[in-house]
Design a protein around this ligand. Structure first.
Ligand code: HEM
Ligand code: HEM
Length: 236
């Protein structure tokens, strides 16, 4: 005798949607570590380590800017940098019941991402030309500028760090807001790369893979820029 009873089908598990590729995640967590290390080494006066930590950040920023044009969908500036209209429209929907998390950076969060990247570029840019009062601690490009310019760059480099700290504080506050108030965990996907497809907009399959050669060009470009910064001043 056959058992005709059919058990109710259990709901299919929600597929995971890939949101962040490995390079975006790796750059992010390396930035977190190296910005902390740059601050700590500056505080402790370990300028040798500060120099190399800062130069690694230069390389990461070169890669991230390149990846903003050559990387997958959610890494691209053209996709997440939106005008004021889109930002206001997103903000007005934030507390509506049918609110769904964005696929990648939301238009408001993108403002914070761009501000942090610009502040980091200014921070390292000033550091490269900086020199302290006695000229003992100098960035690798300081030989190209006057003593006064290098000293001003050093002062601004120190002040700019406070702006960076404010932006990072806002960034972390926003992530805590989503976690506690909106009950949306943005940190998990920044670690694993994926989240439940049902909870977000965008294609269920998530981001499309990017050919390896594009990634390798980015790595080569970042290494070349850091190499030129370190090597060219020594050949003057
Ligand atoms: C995000 C990355 C960076 C952060 C957060 C950072 C932070 C700081 C801070 C807070 C100081 C002040 C230390 C003090 O006098 O109390 C400092 C000094 C300095 N930094 Fe950086 N820095 C970064 C990247 C760089 C880079 C890339 C270079 C160059 C390779 C550099 C070169 C210097 C130099 C030469 C000084 C001494 C300037 C002076 O005392 O006027 N920094 N940095
Ligand atoms: C030095 C501190 C930090 C810096 C400079 C920083 C910088 C950034 C940047 C540039 C992005 C954009 C990623 C990209 O598109 O490449 C980002 C995104 C993100 N960061 Fe940070 N971050 C910092 C600390 C943190 C911390 C401590 C957390 C966790 C609590 C965090 C969680 C995230 C998350 C979840 C995203 C993705 C947001 C989204 O879903 O749109 N960040 N961060």
């Amino acid at each position: 005798m056959t058992d005709e009873t059919v058990a109710p089908a259990s709901p299919a598990p929600t597929p995971n949607q890939k949101v962040w590729d490995a390079p975006v995640r790796l750059v992010h967590w390396l930035l977190v570590f190296l910005v902390a290390l740059s601050w700590w080494t500056a505080e402790e006066g370990d300028m040798q380590l500060h120099y190399w930590s800062g130069l690694t950040i230069v390389g990461l920023l070169v890669f991230r800017v390149y990846w903003g044009f050559a990387g997958p969908e959610t890494a691209r500036f053209s996709r997440f940098v939106k005008g004021p209209g889109a930002v206001l429209s997103y903000a007005s929907k934030l507390f509506k019941p049918d609110y769904r998390a964005s696929f990648g950076h939301n238009p408001l969060g993108a403002l914070s991402v761009v501000a942090i990247l610009l502040a980091l570029i200014a921070q390292v840019g000033l550091g490269l030309f900086a020199s302290d009062t006695d000229g003992l601690e100098s960035g690798p490009l300081s030989p190209y500028v006057s003593y006064e310019f290098a000293k001003d760059a050093g002062d601004l480099h120190e002040d700019a760090f406070n702006i960076l700290l404010i932006l990072i504080g806002l960034h972390i506050a926003a992530i805590v807001f989503y976690l506690v108030i909106k009950r949306i965990n943005l940190i998990g996907p920044m670690i694993t790369g994926s989240r439940k497809a049902e909870s977000v907009e965008g294609p269920a399959s998530g981001i499309a893979p990017v050919p390896l050669w594009r990634f390798l060009i980015g790595v080569a470009l970042a290494a070349l820029v850091v190499f030129l910064i370190v090597w060219v001043p020594t050949t003057r």
